[in-house]
Design a protein around this ligand. Structure first.
Ligand code: FAD
Length: 323
């Protein structure tokens, strides 16, 4: 038995969610007295790859192949499945990121595995059972599922497992794979960001605006704050329904689910359908002029005030801090 963890890179760098997944994979390996192998696909420098060894990976495989430079769902899933077979992995861990959500079921099919997507805790293993807690209904509830297959695929919700340093000194080694033309029928050519400079699904910081901003012209406040923080911009459903912002920014049950380290909600009431898409955020800051707004119940920090007073002051404070 062993555990394989897929280390997704963004422009050659690993995000914190990858280190969470490696730490998590190591904890499962420790539960089973086995080892963790990490696999990276695409161009990543050796110095970055060896970071995986700082969080418990005992073996680091790297696949460098011209055809696999850019993410191709089916082809990447095939590579991860090949690595799982070669490492005799019976648990495969993938971060439940935008691309991870597409990869996990594909890898599971190739390995005839059961899949737990949106996992939020370590599996419970007792009496020969392997059960795991995961999000359900767009994050509004939790479900416990039992995986009965020999191989299990787990997609870990970002921000649900704490990174722990555990240096192994492992160094990257090349892993050669066979590619199949049939896996390249749908190729990612470009990611067009509908607006904002940072892609929303995997953003580490999100600044989001609601109907409290009164009109599309006032979203400049959201954009300015987001730009200063290196954040993605988002909005509530009525805002995108009204055409104030593109639908690609709509967060919630019927929109995108995000799990940033910081979610700043400006003029959003905090309806359950909105909260469904942001509940995995690590720190939530709410700015709302109504002290009774439901969003304050889930906020880590709340500012009761008029967005048109508070946000400009926040922007000035961030500018002063950065100066
Ligand atoms: P409002 O509810 O109008 O709230 C505006 C807030 O701004 C208020 O709290 C107000 O106090 C505050 N405010 C007003 N002026 C200011 C000011 N000057 N400064 C600071 N604060 C101010 N919604 C989603 O967002 N995502 C979804 O995916 C989604 N899916 C849905 C699915 C279904 C089936 C249904 C029925 C609804 C769904 N909704 C969804 C809609 C959801 O129920 C709410 O209606 C919506 O989230 C409210 O958006 P809002 O908070 O921007 O607007």
């Amino acid at each position: 038995m062993s555990v394989l963890v897929y280390a997704e890179n963004a422009d050659g760098k690993f995000k914190k969610s990858v280190y969470e997944a490696v730490t998590y994979a190591r904890a499962i390996a420790d539960q089973n007295n086995t080892i963790v192998t990490a696999i990276s696909i695409g161009d990543v420098a050796d110095s970055e790859l060896s970071q995986l060894g700082n969080y418990g990976a005992q073996k680091i495989l790297t696949v460098s192949n011209d055809k696999l430079k850019n993410f191709v769902n089916q082809a990447y899933a095939a590579v991860i499945a090949q690595a799982a077979k070669s490492e005799q992995a019976d648990v495969v861990v993938i971060s439940n990121s935008f691309s991870g959500r597409g990869l996990a079921p594909r890898v599971a099919v190739k390995l005839s595995a059961g899949v737990a997507d949106g996992a939020v805790a370590l599996p419970e293993q007792s009496g020969g059972k392997f059960t795991i807690k995961k999000t359900a209904f767009s994050g509004k509830a939790f479900a416990t599922v039992e995986l009965t297959s020999a191989v299990k695929v787990i997609a870990l919700t970002p921000n649900s497992y704490k990174v722990v340093e555990n240096a192994t000194g492992a160094q990257p080694q090349a892993f050669t794979v066979e590619t199949d033309e049939n896996d390249f029928k749908a190729m990612l050519k470009d990611i067009a960001k509908a607006s904002g400079k940072v892609s929303l699904p995997d953003a580490e910081i999100v600044v989001s605006g609601g109907r409290g901003l009164k009109g599309p012209e006032n979203f400049k406040l959201v954009e300015d704050l987001a730009e200063l923080l290196g954040a993605a911009t988002a909005c509530s459903k009525p805002v995108s329904d009204a055409g104030w912002r593109p639908h690609s920014e709509h967060v919630g049950q019927t929109g995108i689910a995000v799990s940033p380290n910081l979610y700043i909600a400006i003029g959003i009431s905090g309806a359950i359908q909105h909260l469904a898409g942001i509940s995995a955020s690590k720190v939530i800051v709410v700015i709302n002029k109504d002290a009774e707004a439901p969003f304050f119940k889930v906020a880590d920090y709340g500012i009761v005030g008029d967005a048109f007073d508070v946000v400009p002051k926040l922007i000035e404070a961030v500018k002063a801090y950065k100066a």
